[in-house]
Design a binder for this molecule. Structure first.
Ligand code: HT7
Ligand code: ZN
Length: 881
């Protein structure tokens, strides 16, 4: 497979000013006629061939300026990559002269299981064009720097597919022959083809409207298959909040008269920001108390906002090439994070985001797929929709705000939009707008775009001089080598720091941002009246690992007193990590696990019994770091079973020590719910109470005693919503008792008619700790409700299993061969999904030798598979190199 390189970017030979598309949808054959109005790029030579991308298209006809071309030296041809070549000698010499290329192709959406291009999901046709799916619909210059005006006409059976949608405004519609009907659309904004969308289906909708600040009345409509229409209200509410927020926070208004969203069952990712016609995975749009957890509600609001925000960061200003993906994704994730922080608790959201970053992005940055947020090369672009590009990318954007202040960041954003509206640009253009708007030097900041790997910031020393009233810290940085990038240079790192009184816990000075630019720097704080405790990397001000030796007592102090909510939580995580690491080391050495340190148990108990903190924060503070996060804190090679057992041992120790208090707090919360008449509520305090109560149940279940089993069954039966019921199921999932099976059966009975509930049912079993989980997963894949072609179900069973660190790494290698078998099967249908699972096997170098060899053998099996897709091969090659 061919590798593309960032530095090889060249502008296209031709531009496409206008695109007129005609879709004639029939069962098993859709005919697509396209008329491209083109002109030569002045920078390219006269007589250059026009080479159009195409994939899986059956070409019927090619015309140039209305005249049919024949295949051959005098007409059109195909290059070695099967792209369509219109010979340059046929094209006008004058770059100002427009010419029209017309192609007619046949495609078969019914057999398109890749879910890229035009495909069928259930009873509807829909499209997914990012990153390179448009070429699977028609011949085109499928690259984001080619921006065109679109008109679309679509015709289909009226009775089967009453709803026809595309981007922009509908300009006409009517009946056609043979019981068919049509609609045509015009999108007034030039756009890259990856934002094209078409939907043809039997759908129902809800609608509302929103009036923008400047008075544009926008019709908002959300469509789904008829049986789901009652679950769309939360999405509509979320959309309106997002529209208002973007006006208030960034001065960005919506720019069309309609904004449509469609929910589809089969979708490779979460959602897609097509201009004026977003397409959503049903899992990220449908919401009801019976089917969705509180976390689902929050995620839906976040993703609705994310896709909406793309209208400016991505659509109006787009990417010049796919290497710049973080330009729109990192920025838009940052924007959706800020939105969610404003909608609920800022501290809780920050903690959730960092849990995610550490468990998904940090491992990526430490593995064979490590890449800078702006990758230097790729084989399959779809492999680069990663946590690094998205989540680390968002942290990089956040650092601009930390360095330049909120006000300065807004000035930079305004300049970025003013300069680049309607353009396809680069990450350097964004950085330049930030620098210019603030007359700030951001040259060194470019390294965040160039270097892979998670930087380590080390506090070398922290000392107080009472005579000078000075507090001095010496901080150094280093970034570990990553594949293909041995040498690293110092980054520009904002380190938000506060000083607390050891006596009172009060702030001695307000937080300040230290700018670490060199390998090692000294920072001196003046006028510090007493020896302080430093609170460093507040609000997680840079995506780094912080190494700062502190005693358990100091950490317990910070857990109780830090005025930065994030760092208060962080102190608890650091303390827990020390304890788990210590236990892991003992288990690895064949010794028995140590007793839990008293200071740790007491600090945990204090959080558990506190009545004056937000219950969501309390829940997160009681939670131990997950195994994926802990891996990064332990020297490779890892023994996954010792890690799992070490964490379980610590969990169990805490619960045994605080059993009485756990039950008391749980009962108090249960009484509160009962006192309110057992009514389901979605306000913040109710969500926080549910979160804590459900987490406590899951904690207590670690003891696996009959009392907790009984409690979990009761919790399930009296549960007011999905959050309660699924938590009860998780509590029981690891306990080998009859009640577990009964509750699983009951949940199944209540869920079998709902795809999303079924996904939850699958996932809870695939994540179980029970010894036969591998065998269970194999059975689940034969279950009549499992569908290999549906990405949500695949993720629920295989994705959940591959994330089940303990069983994926089962000693006999059964987990690895299971995942490898699935990859081989799925790769024939949907390479994008297959390659995501291959990433799990690619981490073989990180685990102990016996497992490592077995994982590698599975990767080699994949490498030797005939016709493996480029997507999966790219991961396999990187994994094996
Ligand atoms: N921009 C969207 C990316 C996306 C996607 C990429 C590859 C294959 C399928 C896909 N579906 C959606 C989603 C987003 O980040 O907003
Ligand atoms: Zn996005």
């Amino acid at each position: 497979p061919k590798e593309k390189k960032r530095l090889d970017y060249r502008p296209p030979e031709y531009w496409i000013k206008k695109v007129d598309l005609d879709f004639d949808v029939h069962k098993d054959t859709t005919t697509v006629r396209s008329v491209l109005t083109c002109y030569r790029n002045r920078g390219s030579p006269s007589g250059a061939d026009l080479v159009l991308h195409g994939e899986d298209l059956t070409l019927k006809e090619v015309k140039l300026n209305g005249k049919v071309l024949s295949e051959g030296a005098e007409g059109y041809g195909h290059d070695e990559d099967k792209q369509l070549v219109i010979r340059g000698k046929l094209l006008p010499a004058d770059p100002d002269e427009l010419f029209k290329v017309e192609t007619t192709v046949a495609i078969c959406p019914e057999k398109n299981f890749q879910l890229s291009g035009l495909y069928k999901s259930g009873g509807m046709y829909c499209t997914q064009c990012e990153a390179e799916g448009f070429r699977r619909i028609t011949y085109f210059l499928d690259r984001p720097d080619v921006m065109s005006l679109y008109t679309v006409r679509v015709e289909a059976s009226k009775s089967e597919y009453p709803v026809l949608l595309s981007n922009g405004n509908q300009i006409s519609s009517g009946d056609a022959a043979d019981g068919r009907h049509y609609a045509s659309f015009e999108d007034p904004h030039p756009k890259p083809c990856y934002l094209f969308a078409l939907v043809v289906g039997n759908l129902k909708s809800i609608h509302s409207d929103f009036t923008t600040t400047s008075g544009r009345k926008v019709r908002l409509e959300i469509f789904s298959e008829p049986h789901n229409v009652a679950k769309l209200d939360w999405a509509m509410e979320s959309l309106k909040k997002a529209m208002k927020w973007d006006e208030e926070k960034f001065g960005r208004e919506y720019d069309l008269d309609v904004f449509n969203i469609v929910a589809v069952d089969d979708f490779n990712m979460g959602a897609m920001e097509n201009k004026g016609l977003n397409v959503f995975n049903t899992a990220l749009i449908l919401a009801s108390p019976d089917t969705s957890t509180d976390a689902d509600y929050e995620r839906i609001m976040g993703v609705i906002a994310h896709e909406y925000f793309h209208n400016w960061t991505g659509n109006r200003v787009t990417c010049r090439d796919w290497f710049q993906l973080t330009l729109k994704e990192g920025l838009t994730v940052f924007r959706d994070q800020e939105f969610s922080r404003d909608m609920a608790s800022a501290a809780v959201k920050r903690i959730e985001d960092i849990i995610m970053l550490r468990s998904r992005q940090f491992p990526e940055d430490a593995g064979p797929m490590a890449h800078p947020i702006r990758p230097e090369s790729y084989i399959a672009m779809d492999n680069f929709y990663t946590a690094t590009v998205y989540e680390k990318g968002a942290e990089v954007i956040r650092m601009y705000q930390t360095l330049l202040s909120k006000h300065g960041f807004r000035k930079g954003m305004d300049l970025y939009f003013t300069r680049h509206d309607g353009q396809a640009v680069t990450c350097d253009d964004f950085r330049a707008a930030m620098a210019d708007a603030n007359t700030s030097d951001l040259k060194q900041f470019e390294r965040w775009y160039l270097q892979a790997g998670t930087p380590v910031v080390t506090v070398e020393s922290a000392s107080y001089d009472p005579s000078l009233k000075q507090f001095t810290i010496v901080v150094s940085q280093s970034t570990p080598a990553t594949p293909g990038q041995a040498e690293k240079h110092p980054l520009h790192i904002p380190i938000k720091t506060g000083l607390l009184s050891k006596a009172t816990g009060k702030e001695l000075q307000p937080s300040m941002v230290l700018e670490l630019k060199g390998e090692k720097e000294t920072f001196v704080f003046d006028n510090v009246p007493e020896e302080p405790i430093a609170s460093i990397l507040r609000d997680f001000s840079a995506p780094c690992r912080l190494k700062f030796e502190r005693s358990p007592d100091d950490l317990a102090f910070l857990m109780a007193h830090d005025t930065d909510d994030f760092n208060r939580w962080e102190a608890g995580q650091t303390l827990a990590t020390i304890v788990i690491k210590d236990t892991y080391n003992k288990l690895s050495a064949g010794e028995s696990p140590p007793a839990l340190p008293g200071v740790f148990v007491e600090a945990w108990r204090k959080v558990l019994t506190a009545t004056d903190i937000d219950r969501s924060l309390q829940t997160y503070s009681l939670r131990l770091p997950d195994e994926k996060t802990l891996i990064g804190e332990i020297a490779a090679p890892i023994a996954p079973d010792h890690l799992h057992n070490a964490r379980q041992h610590v969990r169990k120790g805490l619960v045994e020590a605080c059993k009485k208090e756990l039950r008391e707090v749980y009962d108090k919360l249960t009484q509160e719910v009962a006192a309110e008449g057992g009514v389901f509520k979605v306000d913040e305090p109710s969500i926080a109470r549910r979160r804590l109560r459900n987490a406590l149940l899951i904690s207590m279940a670690v003891l696996q005693d009959p009392e907790t089993v009984k409690l979990a069954v009761e919790h399930f039966e009296t549960g007011l919503c999905m959050s309660d019921r699924i938590s009860a199921l998780y509590a029981l999932a690891d306990i080998p008792v009859a009640e577990r099976e009964a509750v699983i059966q009951k949940f199944y009975g209540d869920s079998k008619d709902d795809k999303l509930k079924m996904c939850k049912w699958f996932a809870v079993q695939a994540q179980s700790d029970l010894p036969d989980t591998v065998e269970r997963v194999k059975e689940l894949m034969k279950h009549p409700d499992f569908e290999l072609k549906n990405p949500n179900k695949l993720r629920a069973v295989v994705g959940a299993f591959a994330n089940n660190n303990f069983h994926f790494h089962r000693k006999d290698g059964a987990g690895y061969s299971l995942v490898c078998d699935v990859i081989k099967e799925v790769d024939k249908l949907n390479p994008q999904m297959a390659s995501r699972f291959a990433v799990f096997l690619a981490g073989w170098k990180n685990v102990e030798p016996v497992r490592s060899a077995m994982m590698k053998a599975q990767l080699e099996r994949l490498r030797d598979t005939e016709n493996l897709s480029n997507d999966t091969m790219e991961i396999v090659i990187k994994g094996l190199s």
